[in-house]
Ligand binder design. Sequence first.
Ligand SMILES: *Cc1c(COP(=O)(O)O)cnc(C)c1O
Length: 223
Amino acid sequence: MSVLTNLNNINKNIKAACAKVNRSAEDIKVIGVTKYVTIERAKELLDSGITDLGENRTEELIYKYEALDDRAKFHFIGTLQSRKVKDIINKVSSIHSLDRLSIAKQINNRTDKIIDCFIQVNISGEETKHGIEMDEVHNFIQQLAEYKKVRVVGLMTMAPDISDKNEIRTIFKQLAKLRDTISSENLEHAPCEYLSMGMSNDYEIAIEEGATHIRIGSKLVGN
Ligand SMILES: *Cc1c(COP(=O)(O)O)cnc(C)c1O
């Protein structure tokens, strides 16, 4: 399928999900996850109008950054090793996977810009999932105040790969509630307005539960 055909389908589904809960489709940012695909396919994505690209490995992000034109804005969505922060920090427009102070420290030391970050939260409690536990998020965000280059713009989570839609919905609801709590504190370094949640198999549920950034790979560009 062409990216444009896939995108048209996704846009239809986004509109329908938004209509269910009285939201505007304009409030949803689609991040096209290009981690599986070639430069040519990523170019097709840019031509379709999606210019926010998600990558989960530093080497691949750098490669795509060099190969694509400056329409592309990169979001780092994978596990980040602190020693690699310096390689990508001036190439990204946001990081969706902040979950350790060692990364915040590297961000702070390695760039002059303020970097928009999402805190990755492990809601399902699966050992294999990265992110910090729900009850540690508050404390973690407080500790981030000293890293002036880190701005906490929102929370991110990955739902487990299961077919139980209710369980997925419960996870998204919990992340939205946590976001509400944190944003209501009006912390200067953590406006925390956004929710990065929803992938190819669960983005409609995520939108119904308040997602502002959805990260779509396989159903948009293929895998
Ligand atoms: C791969 C990946 C995605 C996209 O997954 P699809 O199911 O292919 O849409 C989204 N978020 C993260 C963090 C990923 O690693």
